[in-house]
Write a protein that binds this ligand. Structure first.
Ligand code: GRF
Length: 196
């Protein structure tokens, strides 16, 4: 059984995709042990609570600074020692202390075809706006290992998504999100066969 911790910050639709895949039996060798949110108002917390999954909030607003907040996050992850940490809509950059503690055991889902439209400042709608402004014909989603850089880790899976002439950042985001919801559980299924 692959024991995972899922880090979230917002709506939690990627978390929901994992939970739905587990419930449908597609991810029967993965267990979500804890959901940690960087945002106390994240709807992702509700999704976890509805499913009886333990949750924790480590919100920067409750800590003197990022160092203390990240120190607590490392403490919690160290204690839990999950097989895999999944960043699912997590909006913070993990410190080297955490990335170094879990080499090749942290994955992230990014809403573009890395190495395009990623790195510092490329998150959420900014990604899709940049894709449309660039005139790209295709975009997509990428699941990758998290290393010391931003969106620079080894790519595990990518899937293309067409960019339509009439697309807005919102319509492109919605199409990419559908792909995210498919490839993240797919990577977890593959890793659950490899890691355990
Ligand atoms: C998604 O676009 C994901 O790629 C990015 O955060 C956004 C929201 O994800 N990392 P979720 O609905 O909170 O899972």
């Amino acid at each position: 059984m692959l024991r995972i911790a899922v880090l979230v910050s917002g709506g939690g639709s990627n978390l929901q995709a994992i939970l739905d895949a587990i419930d449908s039996g597609k991810l029967d060798s993965v267990m979500v042990e804890l959901v940690i949110s960087s945002n106390r108002e994240a709807y992702a917390l509700k999704r976890a609570e509805n499913r009886g999954i333990p949750t924790m909030v480590i919100d920067g607003r409750d800590w003197p600074g990022p160092r203390e907040r990240d120190g607590r996050l490392l403490e919690v992850l160290d204690e839990l020692n999950p097989d895999l940490i999944v960043l699912a809509g997590y909006m913070k950059i993990l410190p080297k202390s955490i990335v170094g503690r879990f080499p090749r055991r942290i994955i992230n889902i990014h809403p573009s075809l890395i190495p395009k439209f990623c790195g510092e400042g490329f998150y959420g709608m900014r990604v899709h706006r940049a894709v449309l402004e660039s005139g790209e014909q295709v975009s997509g989603a990428t699941v990758h290992y998290v290393d010391e850089g931003v969106d620079t880790g080894e790519i595990l899976l990518q899937e293309q998504v067409p960019v339509l002439r009439e697309d807005t950042p919102e319509s492109l985001a919605a199409r990419v999100l559908e792909t995210e919801h498919r490839i993240l559980p797919e990577v977890l299924s593959k890793l659950s066969r490899e890691i355990k």
